[in-house]
Ligand binder design. Structure first.
Ligand code: ATP
Length: 217
């Protein structure tokens, strides 16, 4: 059964780094589709600069030309803290126990996984698929992770075909060129009135200017 992918993020704003990661993973992990889940009230980091409604709208614009990308705004609709593990429990209840589910993330996010709420439970609900820069494998960087995360990585590392044969529990790595783009870079450039063209879809850039986002008052 082809897995469903999940890409969570603040998407403050969404950019081509996120979209390329998703597009490459869609192809390499042969996913059915990817749910883009903007986080409402992220537990690990500072509050996003713009409202959940704006961040969701920008995701919707950015993915409108890729039918395999779907906006799932369940987290932004909640007023309480959103933990990924709870979102996965909710999704698992909807799709059943046998549908493979893959939580997608960059290598930097994976190395911080031990800081996530009930992080070990995540692997009882989904696979984790990690993108790493070609030439910089996760294996070389995993020694900087906590012993518990390292142990999961070593026991659960799997090939891509495992992802469609099992519903959850594997950790797969995919070599994906990382674009040097971050939402922080885009917010800074907008605030400094510098160009953001070609860092994100033009529709999202227009939305940012139209609604005066990321400009200091
Ligand atoms: P910020 O600059 O505000 O910290 P960000 O651009 O890193 O934001 P997030 O919403 O925090 O974006 O990231 C969501 C997911 O996308 C994470 O798993 C992260 O590793 C991944 N990601 C972000 N930027 C890139 C990129 N340029 N290439 C590949 N993956 C990325």
């Amino acid at each position: 059964m082809r897995p469903i992918g999940i890409l969570g993020g603040t998407f403050d704003p969404i950019h081509y780094g996120h979209l390329r990661l998703a597009e490459e993973m869609l192809e390499l992990a042969q996913l059915q589709h990817i749910l883009f889940i903007p986080t409402g009230n992220p537990p690990h980091r500072d509050a996003p600069q713009v409202s959940a409604a704006h961040r969701s709208e920008m995701v919707k614009l950015a993915i409108s030309d890729q039918p395999a990308f779907i906006l799932d705004d369940r987290e932004v609709k909640r007023s309480n803290k959103c933990y990924t593990v709870n979102t996965l429990r909710e999704l698992r209840a909807e799709i059943g126990v046998s549908q493979p589910l893959c939580l997608l993330m960059g290598g930097d996010a994976f190395l911080q996984l031990h800081t996530w709420h009930e992080w070990e439970q995540i692997l009882e609900l989904a696979h984790i698929v990690v993108g790493y820069r070609p030439g910089y494998t996760l294996e070389e960087r995993i020694h900087s992770a906590t012993p518990a995360l390292r142990a999961h990585y070593q026991h659960r590392l799997c090939a891509v075909d495992y992802l469609s044969k099992h519903a959850f529990g594997g950790i797969a790595e995919l070599a994906i060129p990382k674009l040097e783009i971050s939402a922080t870079l885009i917010r800074t450039r907008v605030a400094e009135k510098r160009t953001i063209r070609y860092l994100l879809p033009a529709t999202v850039a227009h939305y940012i200017y139209k609604h005066n986002l990321y400009t200091p008052c």
